[in-house]
Design a protein around this ligand. Structure first.
Ligand code: URA
Length: 181
């Protein structure tokens, strides 16, 4: 499936009630041939307004880490499990994740990254394993079929608890080194 067709399907999608409430479908952005794909949870208010993932406060915090380990944001691809903003930024419902996951699967097949990085617990539970424990398992590399996949703390969680920033830096360094190898 081609990018434009996939994005159009996503824009037209009304499988979930939140599809009728969104301002924009937040499909994904970045380098379509990226070595790394970052996958968050769902768009927030700023993302919904702009139609681009991770452009709000959490996104700015992510940008700092990318910069600190020498990764250019333009070189990576960024998307979310959900393409529409859940009301009041609540966690995505399991049925919303199921409704939306195929768009992400197609994006992953098209990008074919060397590494998938889950941003936060929700993304890791959907993409790595349902019982993923972010505090214990962040920074561990898993093999899933043809893909290597890891998870780091969600940047919004780091803003709430800055004591996790050091772990995030260590994980991001490891990610940057894996890509260079
Ligand atoms: N949080 C996410 O998980 N994704 C975004 O795009 C923004 C905030």
């Amino acid at each position: 499936m081609y990018w434009e067709e996939l994005e159009q399907q996503c824009i037209n999608c009304r499988k979930c009630a939140i599809g009728n409430k969104r301002t924009n479908c937040v499909f994904g952005c970045g380098n379509k041939n990226a070595d790394i794909m970052f996958i968050g949870e769902a768009p927030g208010q700023s993302e919904d307004a702009e139609g681009i993932p991770f452009v709000g406060l959490a996104g700015k915090h992510l940008d700092k880490f990318l910069c600190a380990v020498g990764i250019n944001r333009e070189d990576v691809y960024i998307a979310n499990i959900l393409k529409c903003r859940p009301d009041n930024n609540r966690d995505p419902l399991p049925e919303e994740q199921e409704n939306c996951i195929n768009y992400l699967r197609e994006q992953v097949k098209l990008v074919r990254p060397k590494l998938i990085v889950c941003l936060g617990r929700i993304s890791a539970m959907k993409l790595i394993k349902p019982d993923f424990k972010i505090t214990k398992e962040h920074g561990i590399f898993f093999k899933k079929g043809a893909f290597t996949i890891t998870a780091v703390y969600h940047p919004a969680a780091l803003l709430r608890d800055p004591s996790k920033n050091q772990d995030m830096y260590t994980d991001m360094k490891k990610i940057a080194e894996f890509i260079k190898a």
